[in-house]
Design a protein around this ligand. Structure first.
Ligand code: CA
Length: 232
């Protein structure tokens, strides 16, 4: 079994200790950093499988760290945000974080998020390699096995969750995809976050595939229900 290394960057020491304790009970290897500088150094040394990143940190803010880590790695990043800071959640997701938890959170919730965000590591390790599926819709052509996407013939880089979303849409063209269904297909049944994460990912996919992301032609909203992929 491969070792799963989690890096926890959190300056509240009791919280960091409690997270470490609970993650270790689940069998993860855990490193803790209490500030931005140590966090960045450990990130580079340790090459973690997943990062839990507090937004409010001494030395380097969590948002800046998120941007720096994302510039060199695809590692899943879960932001830890303060309860009232909607702006931080969205900013974190837009900088490339995969998910967030809001303080105060239960350890059960945190562990569920960690598991859900590690699921895609299994996918990268080759479960999908035998999949010869080619999907097409509108300007998009997607090769599931090769993990390649083109839009009007030009290669486009999608992050893992964006890719999984697009696969779900292309496999179900013309059908209503409710938010619940998308979340359970892409993030897993045990995900119990809100739908902001989904909406930010939809926005990112639109930016990459739509001629005019503000007026989507392919990945359209079905008001009050969810989304639908149409090939016009
Ligand atoms: Ca903090």
């Amino acid at each position: 079994m491969t070792e799963v290394r989690v890096l926890v960057i959190e300056d509240e020491e009791p919280l960091a200790d409690s997270i470490k304790y609970n993650l270790e009970l689940e069998g993860y290897q855990v490193e803790v950093a209490h500030g931005g500088n140590a966090g960045l150094r450990k990130f580079k040394e340790q090459e973690p499988s997943l990062v839990l990143l507090d937004v409010m940190l001494p030395e380097i803010s969590g948002l800046d760290l998120c941007r720096m880590m994302r510039a060199e790695s695809d590692v899943p990043i879960i932001m830890i945000t303060a309860r009232d800071s909607e702006a931080d959640k969205v900013a974190g997701l837009e900088l490339g974080a995969d998910d967030y938890v809001t303080k105060p959170f239960s350890m059960r919730e945190l562990l569920a998020r960690v598991r859900a965000n590690l699921r895609r590591l299994g996918m990268e390790s080759g479960i999908f390699d035998l999949d010869q599926e080619l999907l097409e819709g509108g300007p998009v052509r997607l090769d599931v096995g090769r993990h390649e996407v083109t839009v009007d013939g030009d290669p486009v880089q999608l992050r893992p969750r964006e890719f999984e979303l697009l696969v779900a849409f292309l496999r179900n063209q013309g059908m209503l995809m409710t938010r619940d269904r998308l979340i359970s297909e892409v993030w897993g049944m045990d995900y119990f976050g809100d739908t902001k994460t989904l909406d930010v990912h939809i926005k990112r996919v639109r930016k990459k595939i739509e001629p005019d992301p503000k007026q989507p032609r392919y990945l359209v909203t079905v008001r009050g229900l969810g989304y639908k992929y149409v090939d016009d």
